[in-house]
Design a protein around this ligand. Sequence first.
Ligand code: SF4
Length: 680
Amino acid sequence: MIESLKRRPVEKRPDQVRLSGRVLFLVDDADLIRRQLAGEDLPNPPDAPLRDNISTDEITPAYICYYYDETLGEFPYLGLKAGNEFPITRGSVKQGGFVCSVSGKRRGKGSSREQSPYAEMCAGIRLVIAENIERIYGENCQNLGVLTSTDFGLIDKVRAGEAIPLAVFTEGVGDITRGIIEYGGLFQYNVARLQGKVTVPAVTTPKRPMTIGEKILARHWVTDLASNAVGVPYVRPGDEGFVRTDIRFSHEYVTPMSAIFWRDNVGEHEKVVDPESIFFFRDHLTFLELAMTDERKAAGLLDVALELKKKQEDFAEQQGIRLYGELRRLQGRMGLPSGSEAICHSKILESHALPGQLIIGSDSHTPHAGALGTVAFGVGTTAIFNSWLTKDVRLKVPPTVLIKVNGPKPAGITAKDFMLHILRQPYVRDGRAIGKIVEYAGEAVEALSIDERATMTNMAAEVGAFTGLIAPDEKAVEYLVRERGADPAEMRRLLDGLFSDPGAEYEEVIELDASELEPLVALPGDPGNGVAIGELGRQVKIDIAYAGSCTAGKKSDMDMYAAVFKSALERGEHVHSDVQCFVQCGSQEVKRYCEEMGYLDVFKQVGAVFIEPSCGACINAGPGVSYDKDTVTISAINRNFPGRSGPGQLYLASPYTTAASAIAGYITAWEPDSVPAGVS
Ligand code: SF4
């Protein structure tokens, strides 16, 4: 334990809180918002409807998240739409002296970015009132110490400067959440834990059959932080506590803000706990300058974004943490960016994750590593920062959903096709899998390589799941031996007990028949818009084919692109003259594989542009993004929400379909003579 924290004074908030400041009503009327910013206090209730569905994208648009410190306080609600206008300008909320922000239904929906409540907090907001509050946004508020409530009666109390009992904000929540609210945030609560001032309630779940996910959580359950004791025999859905992590990782969008929290709360010269099990990645924004608009560059946003890189590098060096960084800019390319060592998920799977581990990452696609039978999940900035201190993370055991794909896997049908089919199932489309553990099983899933399994677990994020995983088997052992030179006997020992018990409890079992699967594409707008290619009803011409990302930049994905392109070359065909085709691998390891297999030559000969690893176009920050709304892209990435990869229309598809469409010039499935080795 960090010695200075033992002596750090830490107290609960007083039983009564008094909030002094103004109340900002986020209404669907731009003029009324402007009048509040100019100093007018609206009546309660105001004369216009409160805005519903305020997403975190509206609170802090993605480009605002290039800021990582108190500067964020200049920007809350910059993307907030009222009527057809965006009435909130830089600095206006902070200058307005607001302490309470009020809106309607579903406050904080969408991305889990913690920059949103942090921007509000830095602008002076201490209380958020809404009809209902989205789970992750609400947790992020709690972790930061921002109070939340659905009680509109508090508005008049705030205005009158009345004391409000703290119990109003803790009513009906679990013990840990109550403690976090009472101590004013997760960090303060954890300091109290480290000092033995709070005791996390013990889990006393009796003997029961468990799913593999529950077993891994039970093995990692923290029973005593001070003595480093972990492990309980059983857990069940609803049990609340902390779980010990084996790996913690973050990328440049999150590390700098966590580092600021570390500096401000723990101390610049204090060392993180167990730095060997922490990894940083410079992967999201290495190609940003090739994709950012001139307007944003002129506004200085590129310089701000580059600060993220530097801040992460400095903290990694100071703490002795392994950073998978940006490649050196090559002279021959006139100092243009050269990509990164690896995308975080690709590297964690390739080189670090082991069956049975518990992994957290600052990214929603962290379940990628579930392909090896890990429980891996995404967390926010404050949770990452606290995990540097305690090595654990708070959670409530989620229920498990079993998705079985029965029967032999049809040739030429890929994990991406499985997922596009799963995402269109009513249970998933209706959001009932949100926050659950998704366990994939069945003969067709077992037939997949580890790389292909990772496509399924990665896209547990699109399902909305807490995590996705597949019970590890001999294929996992072979993968670890082949990719890392691991000792097979040792790897087999890791598999011990890593299966779901007969009689384990599933909230839902979804059974799919593999023989009914066919190549699918998701229509623009949502990964759940999957249709068979034959159902498109017309020939959809494409302008861009993008073959990359963590989901589709693995060795098996390269096998698929290369198989399609080789057969095209044998027929004398190339990438269609109307199409720009990009292949981008997930790591240098995958690039080396492409070199060994001769794929780089194949990509070049067929007319595809090969790009060094990075998230790039997948996050609207690199070659392959669209530049106008009419541009049509076929892409093997994992999500196609509006604007995800530029303003155009983005269809999601498998690596085979993406490559075949690049050759044809329109969306088409690949008709394989045979499936390449390593894919089926
Ligand atoms: S490649 Fe795309 S989905 Fe994967 S980590 Fe990067 S931005 Fe996220």
